[in-house]
Design a protein around this ligand. Structure first.
Ligand SMILES: NC(=O)c1ccc[n+]([C@@H]2O[C@H](COP(=O)([O-])OP(=O)(O)OC[C@H]3O[C@@H](n4cnc5c(N)ncnc54)[C@H](O)[C@@H]3O)[C@@H](O)[C@H]2O)c1
Length: 269
């Protein structure tokens, strides 16, 4: 179990809804937090909000899709705040619309932010954790990383990639004898942050509050738990996928999962 007190965390997308809530929860555990975000002004404003509460925090404007910016950013954090013990790969975007209406640029950008940036940040911070045989990586995936969702084809593909990457990296670390670096994969349904406007969550999957989810993430890190799947319905996804296809499709329709995001006609402004 990683002792968080006095250690440093980097949260990508740290100025956003879940990122900031997680930064606050980690700061309450005694961590120094570095907020990385494309929006540098918002990252620094959120860091200031944390400092005003008496915590140690700094914000950086940084595009995590740029591997050299990530490498330089990692050096800057380690220089200013010390070795990084926790990486929260959290930055993410979603482009509304069905797959065939999604532009090539939007497809590339979603993959760049939602999965490639997770590679660059892991490359920047995991070697130091291995050297110290101590650390933890949080990978924010999604319930859409466990089950395909209409209206989220590329987003869902990127989040499935996050799950596969995180599970594989964890096993590579173990195979190399690194027992002190933990991994937590987070698969939430809809969170009330504004990322998915005009959405009706499926039955039995109420909007999650970012603060509540952040608390569960921190608890999972402290307990070195591999998965956070919230709300409880998300834990049933593997069972639904094991059912005959027609039954699974009927359940998706009954719960409204297949209609949670509007189709192409209604998603036009
Ligand atoms: N909101 C949901 O319903 C939901 C559900 C499941 C999973 N998630 C995942 O949770 C994570 C956090 O999302 P959120 O709901 O807090 O959304 P959010 O939009 O509030 O936060 C995302 C943050 O990422 C930042 N970001 C985007 N591109 C970036 C880049 N290239 N470099 C650096 N920062 C960048 C944004 O500026 C923003 O501050 C994402 O990975 C998202 O996919 C969200």
């Amino acid at each position: 179990m990683l002792d968080l007190k006095g250690k440093t965390a980097v949260i990508t997308g740290g100025a956003g809804g879940l990122g900031y809530a997680t930064a606050l929860a980690l700061a309450r555990e005694g961590m120094t937090v570095a907020l990385w975000d494309l929006n540098g002004e918002r990252a620094e404003a959120k860091a200031k909000a944390l400092r005003d509460l008496g915590f140690t925090a700094k914000g950086w404007g940084l595009d995590v899709t740029d591997p050299s910016a990530v490498r330089e950013g990692a050096l800057a954090v380690e220089r200013e705040l010390g070795p990084v013990s926790l990486l929260d790969n959290n930055a993410g975007i979603h482009t509304p619309g069905d797959f065939l209406q999604t532009s090539d640029a939007d497809i590339k950008r979603q993959m760049e932010v939602n999965i490639n940036s997770y590679y660059w940040c892991a490359k920047a911070f995991v070697p130091g954790m291995i050297a110290r045989n101590s650390g933890h990586v949080v990978m924010i995936a999604s319930a859409a990383g466990l089950l395909g969702v209409p209206g989220m084809a590329v987003y869902s593909a990127s989040k499935h990639a996050v799950v596969g990457f995180a599970e594989s990296l964890r096993m590579e670390l173990l195979r190399a004898g690194t027992t002190g670096v933990g991994m937590t994969i987070v698969c939430p349904s809809f969170i009330d942050t504004g990322m998915f406007p005009n959405t009706t969550p499926p039955l039995f999957t109420p909007w999650l509050k970012p603060e509540t989810l952040a608390g569960k993430i921190v608890a999972a890190v402290k307990a070195d738990r591999l998965y956070v799947r919230e709300p409880g319905m998300v834990k049933l996804i593997p069972l639904v996928k094991a059912l005959p296809r027609a039954v699974g499709d009927a359940l998706c329709s009954l719960t409204g999962m297949d209609r949670s995001l509007k189709g192409p006609a209604s998603s036009k402004p």
